[in-house]
Design a protein around this ligand. Structure first.
Ligand code: SF4
Ligand code: SF4
Ligand code: SF4
Length: 232
């Protein structure tokens, strides 16, 4: 069991200690790719993501990605040109999925589950002011970022959450930085892996390792349809 303070929230002091002592996310880095994934050592992580690292490496190996890049892509070896994939274990998004070629954010949408005693802990905890307590918590889903903190603090188990992965593509830094664009949401990590494989296939088909440039040249709707058709 992960230790939490009385309110069920990880204190800033403890979080910073954890950041110093443990690596909250792991990185696999080759010459042409980088994979960054949150680790279970982070107390805010919404679900175990440890299987992603090996599965993504399997996908890159299956598509002979590293050799393909070396053969086909000129001027690739600038550090910021690496093909970057990031999976964040909660909407805090410390692995920076918004600026990666493929970015994934795990979220937890809250629902009322019954037995609220109106203690208001969830309301005080929510940094987005997305909860109002009358007889029970009512969620403003326009404000909620699906971080799951309200579920963690409720001692009554009166809040439950539904977890899902938001997938984004085309984020980058470099000369012309831009945020990744939303593609689709998935409940199952196997679907996320299939989408990642479809994107790798598309990158090879169009000879475009910088998805940000690809997204700017083509219509995001067209790219999105190509990717989703691959996994239907
Ligand atoms: S994104 Fe969330 S799970 Fe990942 S390191 Fe940051 S706080 Fe922890
Ligand atoms: S949902 Fe839980 S934390 Fe929120 S007011 Fe009710 S009992 Fe308290
Ligand atoms: S999931 Fe996070 S943002 Fe949404 S209501 Fe709960 S605490 Fe607030």
């Amino acid at each position: 069991m992960k230790k939490r303070n009385q309110d069920g929230i990880v204190s800033q002091e403890r979080y910073l200690r954890l950041v110093e002592k443990t690596r909250l996310f792991g990185t696999s880095q080759g010459d042409v790719y980088e994979i960054k994934i949150c680790r279970n050592s982070c107390p805010m992580i919404l679900s175990d993501l440890s299987r992603f690292q090996d599965r993504i490496l399997d996908i890159l190996e299956k598509h002979d990605f590293e050799s393909w890049v070396r053969r086909n892509v000129k001027n690739y070896f600038l550090a910021h040109n690496r093909f970057k994939i990031s999976i964040a274990g909660c909407p805090n998004a410390c692995t920076e999925p918004q600026i990666k070629d493929i970015g994934v954010i795990l979220r937890a949408k809250p629902f009322y589950n019954g037995d609220c005693n109106q203690c208001r802990l969830c309301e005080k905890t929510c940094r987005e002011n997305a909860i109002v307590i009358s007889d029970y918590p009512e969620f403003d889903y326009g404000r909620c970022v699906a971080c799951g903190a309200c579920e963690r603090v409720c001692k009554q188990n009166a809040i439950t959450t539904e977890k899902y992965f938001d997938v984004y593509i085309g984020g980058k830094l470099g000369r012309h930085p831009q945020f990744a664009l939303y593609v689709e949401s998935f409940k199952d990590e196997r679907e996320v892996l299939r989408i990642i494989e479809a994107i790798v296939g598309l990158v090879k088909e169009y000879n475009k390792t910088r998805i940000g440039e690809f997204v700017n040249e083509e219509n995001i709707g067209k790219i999105r349809n190509c990717i989703l058709n691959e996994v239907k």
